[in-house]
Design a protein around this ligand. Structure first.
Ligand SMILES: Cc1ncc(C[n+]2csc(CCOP(=O)(O)OP(=O)(O)O)c2C)c(N)n1
Length: 326
């Protein structure tokens, strides 16, 4: 078993699947010889050759279109967008073709492609390199949106995403690409999609989050534990389709909920979770659901970046508000 960082776990999963499934190809800008902008594909072209690991021109629309074409014809492309800010030209192919291929052809064709992109802030990159626009893809029927929060989950969820017969947008929180290492067994075992992961059991309130924000949320839970407050922590992991059952079950127990995400608040996935709780969990709530999110502004340049991102203190402030109500 190797101790690896999250970005290395991504490479391990890609290598495993390239090795064991001949229909898998990796493609994107500089993913070949160069090994990718964050080195997530390092060594793959050298090991599997340039017919399995393809360097493309700088043309995101083409990368997505090519992937849809390959996926409908029996291959399993894993495409990379260098940063999520450059994913927008791919949206047309994802929404108008990838997401509806199964429906359009009455199940005759599926679109087993994965679109990977590093996303989120906190690495002092310019604005459109730092955004969290996962809600855009969550709004598109027929597409899974998966976000890992640790090396082991990146390995298992990426394997599951590649094996899934439908398109998956796999968003990698780049702030935690190399934050810490974890033992990950390179055994090809995938993890279930479409389920939330309960990271910590608790009884006083539920903290719901995903991606890089799992770090701040667990730190907030530690601080609460020091004061004798027991927080259940849920990592959503698959943003769409959303496993509301796990979240509702937790809130039925705790009666209080704070949702933490890095994306802007307006129409964020937090709003969908809060609406789901209002719909099916309202009678179990002792206090209004609070959201701790990025602000409804363009992602600021790096000087102000950490003011935009939800901090442990902002999470604790929201927790105080939901605990105040008796
Ligand atoms: C639409 C878009 N996709 C990806 C990037 C990320 N990116 C920045 S520089 C670069 C390489 C550009 O290579 P080239 O056109 O050969 O110019 P060079 O800087 O090597 O002279 C890439 C892919 C970008 N800026 N815009």
């Amino acid at each position: 078993m190797a101790r690896v960082a999250m970005v290395e776990a991504v490479t391990m999963a890609l290598a495993w699947e390239l090795e064991h499934d001949n229909s898998v190809v990796v493609l994107g800008e500089d993913v070949g010889i160069n090994g990718g902008v964050f080195r997530a594909t390092a060594g793959l072209a050298q090991r599997f050759g340039d017919e399995r690991v393809l360097d493309t021109p700088l043309a995101e629309t083409m990368i997505a279109g090519l992937s849809v074409g390959m996926a409908t014809q029996g291959m399993k492309p894993v495409a990379e967008a260098q940063f999520m800010g450059f994913i927008l030209p791919m949206v047309d192919h994802m929404m108008c073709h990838a997401g509806r291929m199964r429906h359009r052809t009455r199940g005759r064709l599926t679109c087993p492609m994965v679109l990977r992109a590093p996303y989120g802030g906190g690495i002092h990159a310019p604005e459109h390199h730092s955004e969290s626009t996962e809600a855009l893809f969550a709004h598109m029927p027929g597409i899974r949106v998966v976000i890992p929060s640790s090396p082991s989950r990146a390995y298992g969820l990426l394997l599951a995403a590649i094996r899934d017969p439908d398109p998956v947008v796999f968003l990698e929180p780049k702030r935690i690409y190399r934050l810490n290492k974890e033992e990950v067994e390179d055994n090809g075992e995938d993890l279930p999609l479409d389920v939330c992961y309960v990271l910590r059991d608790g009884t006083d309130l539920t903290l719901v989050t995903w991606g890089a924000m799992v770090k701040e949320t667990l730190e907030a839970a530690d601080k609460l534990a020091e004061k004798g407050i027991s927080a259940e922590v849920i990592d959503v992991a698959t943003i769409s389709p959303l496993d509301m059952d796990t979240i509702i079950e937790s809130v039925q127990k705790t009666g209080r909920c704070v949702i933490v995400h890095e994306a802007v608040r307006m129409c964020g996935v937090g709003a969908e979770i809060a609406a789901g709780l209002a719909d099916a969990g309202l009678y179990h709530l002792y206090a209004p659901v609070k959201r701790v999110t990025g602000y409804d502004s363009v992602m600021p340049l790096y000087k102000m970046e950490m003011k935009y991102m939800p901090s442990v203190q902002r999470i604790l402030n929201a927790v105080d508000e939901v605990l105040e109500v008796s």
